[in-house]
Design a protein around this ligand. Structure first.
Ligand SMILES: [Zn+2]
Length: 215
């Protein structure tokens, strides 16, 4: 099977993504880019995550053309591919409709960086791309533009898109942005929320790029 390891990894993440409550039902989609072939392995459209097998994962080229797999790929394949074309270093894209990020996106509001983990992913705040219909070329365009060099962006009235050098990082980033959205929501309600300033955000972003943790 073409890119068997990557397809197995997507199945594995699919099982986690529901137990971590990042997506209800079949919402959301995620993909891995294989840097050797340039191909993208992506979740199929509208299939329950718990039933997925490696054969269900679709392999496409970076323009969304089918390379391998019998299933119809996610309707957001164009969005994933647009991000891969603009960001050659990105190895994985995760798109979810988790509750708190979607609440901010539904107000078309940027999420302020109140915690270091969020500041490490974006330039100051998590921006919000304007609403465009699901699966449309326009959505792919405005979202990949708004993402720019950041690692997370909201999709207006829809959800969030998060990237990483591999799927483990992208997945962790999706959890961080959801948690950050939740904390910012509660902090705003407590009152006098202190947002990290430009210098503090820049420091967190820079130190994250240098990397931390085990080498
Ligand atoms: Zn979506």
């Amino acid at each position: 099977m073409l890119l068997e390891e990557q397809r197995k990894k997507i199945v594995e993440i699919g099982k986690r993504i529901q137990s971590d409550k990042l997506v209800p039902l079949t919402f959301g989609n995620f993909s891995i880019r294989d840097f050797e072939t340039g191909y993208v392995c992506i979740t199929p459209s509208g299939m329950p995550y718990e039933t997925l097998t490696p054969e269900d994962i679709v392999v496409v080229d970076v323009h969304g053309n089918n390379v391998d797999g019998k299933r119809t790929p996610s309707i957001e394949t164009g969005l994933h591919c647009a991000v891969y074309r603009k960001r050659p270093e990105v190895g994985s894209v995760v798109h979810t409709h988790s509750t708190f990020v979607t609440a901010w996106a539904s107000c078309n509001k940027e999420i302020p960086s109140v915690v270091a983990e969020v500041a490490a992913l974006v330039s100051g705040k998590v921006k919000c791309a304007p609403y465009r219909p699901c699966g449309s070329k326009e959505l792919a365009e405005v979202t990949s533009d708004c993402l720019g060099k950041d690692d997370a962006v909201l999709l207006g009235n829809h959800g969030v898109l998060v990237v990483g050098e591999n799927i483990d990082t992208a997945y962790v980033n999706a959890v961080i942005v959801e948690e950050g959205a939740k904390v910012a929501y509660y902090a705003q309600h407590i009152g006098d929320m202190r947002v990290l300033n430009e210098e503090e955000c820049a420091y967190e972003r820079e130190s994250a790029k240098k990397g931390y943790g085990q080498k």
